[in-house]
Design a protein around this ligand. Structure first.
Ligand code: ZN
Length: 164
């Protein structure tokens, strides 16, 4: 941003959050590059694809509270997503293609197992390496000191995923 306030506010908001997906390689195959902001045809990839074997346990990269369990695709409710609201309620981390082992409202710390990696390669092409897609959402309001609202206890499932 021109005046630099955006960046400094963003840094203040996020430096209270640590993020870790240890010893995990980023996907790169003929179906796509798993790095953040990689080009996918006319789209941009707004996440990071970490390589996971199907069925492998997926750790939470942050400490926080499970915000929502949802579906990745409206036409196939087999693929699930998990959203974790960071402990300071300034960011939401979304993990896609994870069979949840947690429920909305559960507290997690960094490294806690939140589920098992699903077989996302099966939905696409055999040349796709299996992975967990991870993205981080920041509410622009946090730049003015706002925070995400906690969901009420017992929040249910809902749709609303993004693509690989
Ligand atoms: Zn992805």
């Amino acid at each position: 941003m021109a005046n630099g306030n955006h960046d400094s506010s963003m840094n203040r908001a996020l430096d209270e959050v640590t993020f870790d997906m240890p010893n995990r390689r980023v996907r790169s195959d003929s179906e796509g590059d798993g790095n953040f902001a990689a080009r996918r045809g006319s789209r941009i990839h707004f996440g990071i694809d970490y390589l996971f074997v199907v069925g492998e346990e997926v750790p939470s990269p942050v400490a926080g509270r499970v915000h929502r369990i949802g579906y990745c695709y409206d036409d196939d409710h087999g693929y699930r997503l998990i959203e974790i609201l960071t402990h300071n309620r300034k960011a939401i981390v979304r993990l896609l293609y994870v069979a949840p082992a947690v429920r909305a409202g559960d507290f997690v710390t960094e490294g806690d197992i939140v589920g098992q990696a699903q077989d996302i390669a099966a939905r696409y092409d055999s040349s796709m390496k299996n992975h967990v897609h991870c993205e981080v959402f920041v509410d622009p309001a946090i730049l003015k000191g706002g925070r995400f609202e906690e969901i009420p206890d017992g929040g249910g499932d809902s749709s609303g995923g993004l693509s690989v």
